[in-house]
Design a protein around this ligand. Structure first.
Ligand code: ADP
Ligand code: ZN
Length: 217
């Protein structure tokens, strides 16, 4: 099964895909995690990407498509994957058509006020990328990842000005892609969150139930 998970920043894409990875054994390809690793490497490409990521802007399509195509080419065949953070533009969605077949879309609908609350208290694991929240989804030991023992940090783009920019980019560039897949009759599993502290297990159970109903797992 190859899936794409769509949702605004802070909608839980990373949280739910990590849990689906643990539960179903599918791979998760997270574009944001890939870019954050590239930034740390301080190569020429890393420095170019950094300018966009830190401003909350999209990295140009040709760069993103090349990085993604290379990762999918090296992904073990047959296992299936969840794409988190790709495609984000129509050009990326069109390029993806020639790279892999997408079987299902997972759409996370979360109101802006919840997103802003969540992102400002979000912490990320340095080693495995798992997300926590100091207010509603605390790690068992302060500052330490439950999953791998890595240390937690706050992303530099999780600040109010950049969050606002990322929300706008999602609204304008990425959310229309749901329509793109709907037109192509790719099934869409939609989950709507209306509470600040939604237990992740509830959302994951809903997604698993729907994937089962669609006979994808
Ligand atoms: P978010 O929490 O906003 O969903 P991600 O961790 O997925 O963030 O991505 C962080 C940043 O990396 C984005 O704001 C953007 O600058 C860059 N990025 C990630 N994926 C893409 C993509 N598919 N196209 C262009 N830029 C991307
Ligand atoms: Zn971790």
């Amino acid at each position: 099964m190859n899936a794409v998970i769509f949702g605004a920043p802070g909608s839980g894409k990373g949280t739910y895909s990590t849990r689906l990875q643990d539960k179903l054994g599918v791979d998760v390809i997270s574009m944001g995690d890939i870019f954050r690793t590239m930034l740390k490497e301080n190569t020429i490409l890393g420095r170019i990407i950094k300018r966009y990521v830190e401003a909350g802007l999209l990295v140009p399509d040709p760069i993103v498509v090349e990085v993604l195509a290379d990762i999918i080419a090296h992904n073990p065949k047959g296992k299936g994957f969840i794409l988190d953070g790709f495609p984000r533009t129509l050009a990326q969605a069109e390029a993806l058509e020639n790279i892999a077949k997408i079987d299902v879309i997972i759409e996370l609908a979360v109101p802006d006020w919840i997103i802003i609350e969540r992102l400002s208290s979000r912490r990320i694991c340095k080693s495995c990328g798992a997300a926590y929240n100091l207010r509603f989804m605390k790690p068992q030991v302060e500052g330490i990842c439950d999953r791998c023992g890595g240390s937690l940090f706050q992303r530099s783009d999780d600040n109010p000005t950049v969050i606002k920019m990322r929300l706008e980019v999602y609204q304008n560039e990425t959310s229309p892609l749901i329509c793109f897949y709907d037109t192509k009759s790719v099934p869409i599993i939609k989950h709507t969150t209306d509470a600040l502290a939604m237990p992740p297990e509830k959302v994951v159970d809903h997604i698993v139930k729907e994937l089962t109903r669609l006979t994808l797992i």
